[in-house]
Ligand binder design. Structure first.
Ligand SMILES: *Cc1c(COP(=O)(O)O)cnc(C)c1O
Length: 225
């Protein structure tokens, strides 16, 4: 199937999941994840109406940025502090703020650029050893500290659910991220409008649990090499 056909299927799925949960499908944004996908393919998604592209590596974002214009870029993967300087003028949202050293560097570079970088806090909800993300019990203190930094604006939370056979198994992970988000809304200066959760295998469940952004690669572009 073509990228446009795949996207049509995904839009239908999104509508179905949103309506099932009593939500407005228009409130859910697809981030088309272009890692290991050519700029040409990425442009097919844009031609089919996609407005937001996601990359998990800075190098790939930089490369594609020059070739795919008119979209919002999302840095969705682990971000090394020494790479922050390369994304300040390219990323519209960093989904993976997960430690203080990175917050400091983002804030510092934002100051240089005279801008405010919107971020999501990545939370390791399932507590997987192999995954990045803040431990659940540290999110609140971290959010309060980041809220003091002038160069960063927290917009919400992000998580990567464990890989499972049936998406239903990770429903509690998404539900918990939503709960954590609700619990942070009282912090001054912290906005909790966005929940970035759900990928190819589990975005339908994530939407039922409140996702506002789903990060989808394989279902749009096919299997990666
Ligand atoms: C690759 C990736 C995705 C998309 O994964 P698919 O299963 O291909 O949809 C989403 N989020 C992150 C952080 C990724 O690295």
């Amino acid at each position: 199937m073509s990228v446009a056909e795949n996207l049509a299927v995904i839009h239908r799925e999104i509508s179905r999941s949103a309506l099932k949960a009593g939500r407005d499908p228009g409130m859910i944004k697809i981030i088309a994840v272009t890692k290991n996908v050519s700029a040409e393919k990425a442009r097919e998604a844009v031609a089919a109406g996609i407005l937001d592209l996601g990359e998990n590596r800075v190098q790939e974002l930089q490369n594609k940025f020059a070739h795919v214009r008119g979209v919002h870029w999302h840095l969705i993967g682990h971000l090394q502090s020494n790479k922050v300087k390369y994304i300040m003028d390219k990323a519209d949202l960093v989904h993976s703020l997960d430690r203080w050293s990175l917050a400091r560097e983002l804030d510092h570079r934002a100051g240089e650029w005279h801008k405010v970088m919107p971020v999501l806090l990545q939370v390791n909800v399932a507590g997987e050893q192999t995954k990045f993300g803040l431990p659940v019990d540290e999110v609140r203190d971290f959010a309060m500290a980041v809220a003091e930094l002038k160069g960063i604006k927290i917009q919400g939370l992000m998580t990567i659910a464990p890989l499972v056979d049936h998406a239903e198994e990770v429903r509690p992970v998404f539900r918990e991220l939503k709960n954590i988000s609700d619990g942070l809304k009282d912090i001054p200066g912290v906005c909790m409008d966005q929940l970035s959760m759900g990928m190819t295998n589990d975005y339908a469940v994530a939407i039922e649990e409140g996702a506002t952004m789903v990060r989808v690669g394989t279902a749009i572009f096919g299997y990666r090499e």
